[in-house]
Design a protein around this ligand. Structure first.
Ligand SMILES: Cc1ncc(COP(=O)(O)O)c(C=O)c1O
Length: 384
């Protein structure tokens, strides 16, 4: 038989996160701190919107870019919440989740051999999309507190560099860019004539005095910024598989072409659920974010007390402790704690080259389970 895809067969490992969950399968005692999705129920109006659409037999292809009412509501949302001046007819396309928004981005701006720069650790998919599209992904190690290192960024930019990618609030570190950092970044993007990819899927998960700032809200930045977002995290609706991209008209046109020949569009009836979500008063999220902040504070306090090196995250729902104190790698820690104590935790090394000695803990779990998990982690570290 002839060789199968070299990149998929040889360069792309199976998801280590999935492997971890295979280890846990069949065990009812496992507490998972590995989940990348919130634990509250999708608000009912969204579910109703989807059901009503199906009852009306909305089962045909959707318009390739998305339902016009949905695009118009997103125009309003993006103007109101992100301060980005867009026209729904030109600047927005609906995607299959934030994941496919990323695929559309890689497909529409990169050529083989281009370079993409990101701060590491960072979300796993960026690395593999790089492989799939022949893009060299260059990592810049984050500073100790996970903030971006602009000095090294400047040094690493080459003629082949086409874009910088940021994800703020960040998976896996929970880091949120400050407005000064966004401005610094924009200066560099303009100076070197680059594109900026801004993955904002966690924009609503913000704590303390942190603030979410969309780079595309700055003057002339919509031209060169691709903003990625999704309904997945805000509405706890990862299974709806709906996201969107905001970008300049030319880029959205290219994305539409790619859409036409790869997925033809997104789930039509589900878009009516998203429409209802956008019509909802955002107050529904107040209690939820309050709850997540409590979990964040609790996780931080417990981990710090146990002796982990830990930075207090200001966004998303992840915390990334260092296991260096315990003279063990993140990989060993993760493999052993699931077997010995029944806690599923993702090792940090899946998020890039500079996080071997870390873990990624998701605190999107009920506080009582979180407490039990922390007790088990404490037992485990005491036995090390
Ligand atoms: C940073 C980041 N971007 C994009 C995605 C993908 O989002 P979606 O589930 O909407 O495809 C995720 C999912 O965990 C993520 O963490």
């Amino acid at each position: 038989m002839k060789e199968l895809s070299y990149i998929l067969a040889n360069k792309t490992p199976k998801s280590k996160i999935r492997e971890l969950f295979n280890l846990a399968s069949g065990r009812s005692d496992i507490i998972s701190l590995g989940i990348g999705q919130p634990d509250f129920k999708t608000p009912y109006p969204i579910i109703q919107g989807n059901i009503r659409a199906l009852e009306k037999n909305i089962t045909q292809y959707a318009p390739t870019r998305g339902n016009p009412e949905l695009l118009q509501l997103l125009e309003e949302k993006v103007k109101r919440d992100n301060n980005i001046e867009v026209d729904w007819n030109k600047n927005i396309i609906i995607s299959n989740g934030g994941s496919q928004a990323l695929t559309l981005t890689f497909a529409s701006i990169f050529n083989i051999g281009d370079e993409l720069i990101l701060f590491s650790p960072n979300f796993i998919s960026y690395f593999y999309l790089g492989y799939f599209f022949g893009v060299t992904v260059k990592e810049i190690k984050r500073k100790q507190d996970f903030s971006p290192d602009f000095e090294n960024l400047r040094k690493i930019i080459s003629k082949k560099t086409k874009a910088i990618l940021i994800n703020s609030p960040n998976n896996p570190t929970g880091y949120v860019f400050t407005s000064k950092e966004i401005k610094n970044l924009i200066d560099i993007v303009l100076e070197f004539d680059l594109y900026l990819i801004s993955d904002e899927v966690y924009e609503n998960y913000i704590y303390d005095e942190a603030e979410h700032i969309s780079p595309a809200s700055f003057k002339d930045l919509l031209e060169r910024t691709i903003t990625i977002n999704a309904m997945s995290k805000l509405y706890s609706a990862t299974g709806f598989r709906l996201g969107y991209v905001v970008a300049n008209e030319k880029i959205i046109d290219l994305m539409e072409k790619y859409h036409q020949y790869t997925v033809a569009g997104t789930n039509h009836a589900a878009q009516f659920g998203f429409i209802e979500g956008l019509k909802m008063n955002k107050d529904f999220f107040k209690d939820i974010i309050h709850n997540f902040k409590e979990r964040r504070d609790f996780s931080y306090k417990r981990l710090k007390k146990m002796g982990f090196g830990v930075v207090k995250p200001r966004g998303a729902f992840y915390i990334m402790p260092s296991v260096e104190e315990f003279q063990i790698t993140g990989q060993e820690f993760s493999e052993r704690i699931i077997k010995e104590k029944g806690v599923a935790i993702v090792p940090g090394d899946v998020f890039g080259s500079f996080s071997n000695n870390t873990l990624r803990i998701s605190y999107a779990t009920d506080i009582s389970l979180l407490e039990e998990a922390m007790n088990r982690i404490e037992d485990f570290t005491q036995e090390l």
